[in-house]
Write a protein that binds this ligand. Structure first.
Ligand code: AMP
Length: 183
């Protein structure tokens, strides 16, 4: 059996077209390819999601897209994916993305991205999986969120160990090193 390359699931916006966000997406995709890893993504060809996948393929990475059939048009299914999995539901999408990933990387995003980040993060601190959960935040997109989470810790709503289960960094290389604990 041929073993799969190390697989990183990237969560990010499927709506913005901000040049800095797209450039970050391209850098991340290129780094996945440079490291010989595989990308697991939401399978859309739009916005940051599309930019990560396109850059990853251009850098030689295999890409796996997982998209619910209801979003095939809205998020323009990434038909160039090496593997495009069309699911019946959002839940199935997330489950397959989780199963196929060795690590999770979150870039700037909106509600959908937050939902995915929190699911993998909480699963990690509850011991459901031991895969790295990393947030790459170059421009302070998540600063307010993490400041508020720190307040939750001070008020007893979140534990220190739970908060430390995620690696938050503004450095691309540090993010990738955290994604691969074998380094
Ligand atoms: P957003 O951060 O809102 O731009 O969304 C980023 C991606 O998350 C998009 O591909 C959405 O389809 C996806 N998404 C939104 N809600 C969910 C959900 N409940 N489960 C899985 N993916 C979702």
């Amino acid at each position: 059996m041929v073993s799969e390359p190390y697989s990183v699931c990237v969560y990010c916006s499927a709506s913005v077209d901000d040049p800095a966000a797209l450039e970050l997406s391209r850098l991340v995709g290129a780094e996945i390819g440079r490291r010989g890893w595989q990308l697991v993504s939401g399978g859309g060809h739009v916005s940051m999601m599309g930019a990560v996948a396109t850059a990853a393929r251009a850098a030689g990475a295999k890409t796996v897209g997982v998209i619910p059939k209801k979003l095939v048009h809205r998020e323009m299914a990434d038909v160039e994916s090496d593997e495009l999995i069309v699911t019946d539901s959002m839940r199935e999408r997330k489950q397959i993305m989780d199963e196929r990933a060795d690590a999770f990387l979150t870039l700037p995003g909106g509600l959908g991205t937050l939902e995915e980040l929190f699911e993998t993060w909480t699963g990690g601190y509850l011991g459901m999986h031991d895969k790295p959960v990393v947030v790459l935040d170059l421009d302070g997109h998540y600063r307010g969120l993490f400041a508020w989470l720190e307040q939750l810790r001070e008020r007893g709503f979140a534990g220190r160990a739970a908060l430390e289960r995620v690696v938050l960094t503004d450095d691309l290389a540090a993010a990738f090193d955290a994604l691969d604990p074998g380094l």
